[in-house]
Design a binder for this molecule. Sequence first.
Ligand code: NAD
Length: 442
Amino acid sequence: MDYKNDIGYRKETLKKLLYNIQKSEDLIVKALYEDFKKPEFEAVLTETNYVISELKDTIKNIHKWANRKRVFPSLLNFPSTDYIYKEPYGNVLVIAPWNYPFQLALCPLVSAVAAGNRVVLKPSELTPHTSAIIAKIIEKTFHVNHVEVVEGGVEVSNKLLAQRWDYIFFTGSVAVGKVVAKAAAENLTPITLELGGKNPCIIDETANLKLAAKRIVWGKFINAGQTCIAPDYILIQKNMKVNFISFLIEEIIKAYGKKMDKSPDFARIINTKNWLRLANMIEPEKVVFGGETDANQLYISPTLIEEPALDSPVMKEEIFGPILPILIYETESDIENVVSRYEKPLSFYVFSENKSFAKKLIKTYAFGGGCINDTVVHFSNKRLPFGGVGHSGMGAYHGQLSFDIFSHHKAVVKKANWLDLPMRYAPYKDKLASIKRILDWI
Ligand code: NAD
């Protein structure tokens, strides 16, 4: 079991993992439903299938990604051949959240294994059915000294964080991200933090409102709004608001019916604590649509809130639920006033047919990633880095980048012995002018 050096072995274990996931797909989908009624379509599209596709891509490319890469040498070192070696970090800890509990646990695990690391995964305690099936699949696939799942809550997480790791990959809230960063600092352990934020969605007067409403309703209410890259709030040009709200309502009813609590396509809130947090954000006098809640069902309907005050509960923190505040703007400085109240978000969306307006916003604001005229879909392109900036996270992954973040990139210059230019050696007398000329030239 030489996973550190034997790329063939890594590839075989990943193939086994792919087989075991495909064989258990129904059970995984069932577990996700038991945890918070995640609809089957969403479970397949955003969880099992996503991981399967990442696995296939990794299996196909593992040798290419793992190979040492030859780079153009510096003329100063002539004659030399220069390489980057991808070296596994060693022991990797992956801590996962509950909202996409299969995908966000398995994707980093796959890449950490591909890169040759030993991995310990701690899935979320809030999705016990999914965590249990993950543990079973991993146990069936890997030797325990290669990949291990440790189930448990905060206490277990803290015990793991107290150990020394060579890399920590954390997905979760900003508050816990800080706990992880502090623990990692103790041993100068490198980290990736995939966190959250308040994601703006800006709509100007040139936008295709009907299509915007459809795409926003999908991106916001998938997983009942419990998506780190869901639009958090809308900022719409003042004159468009009334029309846009009517399109939003139309699209919500089209997607979930008039009895939204009966829809098989709408998930539940993860637990009572989060249900209460969300229910308290709903100020009845500001609700223009929805606002229905049921504590027993952990249900909150798709809810639209019209022009909440910026200091109201719904505008204070990341919503992470099916509540969508709609704010208005008249000038670009109104946009600035709202967006810059918050830390740099994980995502940013702009709906506009005005190319220069959209481009200007994309360039003006710092954010992890985003879309023009859509929501959430930037996540699905493996060739795009996925990650936050500032308080929404550090580091990015997906596709080859995931392999690369779990590898130390070791720089090696292989010097030839047939020539040894004398320039750099002391005594330096009279050599400076010639060295300067060479430096100027190269
Ligand atoms: P969380 O931070 O509460 O928990 C994440 C993990 O950390 C869990 O495994 C949990 O057991 C552990 N944990 C919780 N409290 C801890 C503590 N005090 N010390 C050590 N470990 C602790 O996050 P969550 O509620 O599971 O997920 C929701 C948050 O995650 C949202 O803020 C969302 O935006 C963010 N998120 C980000 C991404 C991303 O890719 N950037 C993806 C999903 C979720």
